[in-house]
Design a protein around this ligand. Structure first.
Ligand code: DHB
Length: 469
């Protein structure tokens, strides 16, 4: 009988696909169990390897043992994120990302991760937090346990994801080998290996959920209309209907309270800019932290202007000749619009995805901030603060109780209102302050989305992996 969790490199199937008119040949190893005691059929992974690596060949300067291992996830909305493959027609699929990574010579491993809506045969919940990250860690442990058997360099694992999937990627990078997850990994029968990784790619990571409500009101307080899309999946297609609303009297009353709570939070982080100057906010919410965000937005607009784009699509972008001189914060925010009501994440009626994420085995949804618990509109309980903190990447950057990935690439669109700009800026700044390598930008006119600049992402990966032996 084969040893459990041992990767068998004789079981692959060769495929050829076209990418930009050129053939990409890869070997697929499908539907492998990455834990010995799975609790859900989603806990399986696929491995894709550029075929030349099986014949002593090289791709993009990499060989079988040196190739980076790219691990994209399909998590969105903290829903279950199934394992992926090229040509997958499901709406969540990033099959094209997989093929483009293979073309660059990366080994690609995509693991199915549990999500907030999953139940077992008895109707009990099996995918509530921290299931998504426990599964991702188990998948990384599987890869590292199979060092030498599974092609690629297990010291060069790069995770990738968008939104809740971006948060998953960021949390992988921040929480390497953290104690909190150990017993949960043991309970699944995860492979005996570590789960720290080399690099993180995160697009619009929806993270730091316990501070995201306050950050959102710091940004949008005073804007009382919201605009978003209701997304339904029908016949495997996403159907988006725009919906609009006004904040209620109660929501307008809560907004300034949340905004006020953000100020001591930011100041307590003791963030610094590259020159070592403090990034902080005064009691009105103004200050160098906000100036730093405006600088990122201005740099983004300037880059777009230099590339010949019309940057005046959004109001509040002040251009003089070929220079973006200023971003007018209130005007710009009105132009991109508020998306969420108050509180943006921890809904008083428990009806947001994040409430559902923080349910438990027997409870569908819970609050995860004392503020929303205190103002709850429905009978509700509060998730354990240790659990909420354990799925927040920031926790590990403050406590130093994990193995943090040395390299980070974080993107959050300049037109993204799914969370405040403050949230990714805090993550990028804290990482840089702690001495990690961070590539951060707010790409211009870019909404909540990911994988939109794969050539640049892969150049970044090559820059880290082609030189480092
Ligand atoms: C996602 C988007 C959100 O606005 C949110 O609150 C949680 C998750 C997502 O797209 O994954």
């Amino acid at each position: 009988m084969p040893t459990p969790l041992r990767f068998d490199d004789t079981q692959g199937q060769d495929h050829t696909a076209q990418v930009d008119g050129q053939p990409v040949t890869y070997r697929a190893f499908m539907d492998l169990t990455y834990v010995t005691m799975p609790v859900d059929p989603i806990q399986r992974l696929n491995v894709f390897v550029p075929t030349p690596y099986f014949n002593g060949g090289t791709v993009n300067g990499y060989q079988r043992v040196t190739a980076p291992i790219f691990m994209p996830n399909t998590v969105g909305g903290y829903l279950p994120g199934p394992q992926d493959f090229p040509g997958n027609l499901a709406v969540y699929s990033r099959g094209d990302t997989i093929l483009r990574a293979l073309k660059r010579g990366y080994v690609v491993v995509t693991a199915g991760l549990r999500g907030r809506t999953q139940t077992d045969g008895q109707g009990q919940n099996t995918g509530k937090a921290p299931a998504f990250i426990v599964d991702m860690k188990a998948a990384v442990r599987y890869v590292k346990f199979n060092a030498g058997r599974l092609p690629g360099n297990p010291e060069r694992i790069i995770t990738n994801g968008t939104s809740a999937g971006g948060a998953t990627s960021a949390l992988m990078g921040a929480s390497g080998n953290a104690d909190f997850f150990e017993s949960r990994l043991q309970d699944l029968g995860a492979a005996p290996a570590t789960d720290d990784i080399f690099a993180v790619s995160a697009y619009c990571p929806i993270h730091n959920l316990e501070h995201a409500d306050a950050a959102y009101e710091w940004e949008f307080s005073g804007i009382d209309q919201w605009h978003r899309q209701r997304i339904r999946v029908e016949d495997n297609r996403q159907i988006c209907t725009p919906i609009h609303g006004h904040l209620s009297e109660q929501e307008r009353a809560l907004s300034p309270q949340l905004k006020a709570a953000f100020i001591p939070y930011v100041n307590g982080l003791e963030l610094k800019d590259r020159a070592g100057n403090p990034l902080s906010l005064d009691h009105t919410g103004e200050g160098s932290f906000k100036t730093q965000i405006l600088r990122y937005l201005k740099d983004s607009a300037q880059t777009a202007l230099d590339a010949g784009q019309d940057v005046t699509k959004y109001a509040g972008v002040i251009v003089s000749g070929h220079t973006v001189t200023r971003i007018d914060w209130p005007q710009y925010l009105r132009a991109i619009t508020r998306m969420k009501s108050v509180p943006a994440f921890d809904a008083l009626d428990l009806r947001n995805p994040e409430n559902d994420l923080f349910g438990n085995r027997l409870t569908a949804a819970r609050h995860f901030t004392p503020f929303a618990q205190a103002h709850s509109a429905v009978p509700a309980t509060l998730a354990d603060a240790d659990l909420v903190a354990a799925v927040n990447p920031l926790t590990y950057l403050l406590k130093k109780q994990s193995h943090v990935a040395p390299h980070w690439r974080i993107r959050h669109g300049a037109a993204d209102r799914d969370t405040s700009f403050a949230i990714p800026v805090i993550l990028a700044t804290k990482l840089a302050n702690r001495g990690y390598d961070v590539d951060f930008a707010l790409p211009w006119a870019t909404p909540h989305s990911g994988d939109y600049d794969l050539p640049d992402l892969f150049d970044w990966i090559d820059g880290l992996c082609q030189t480092a032996g």
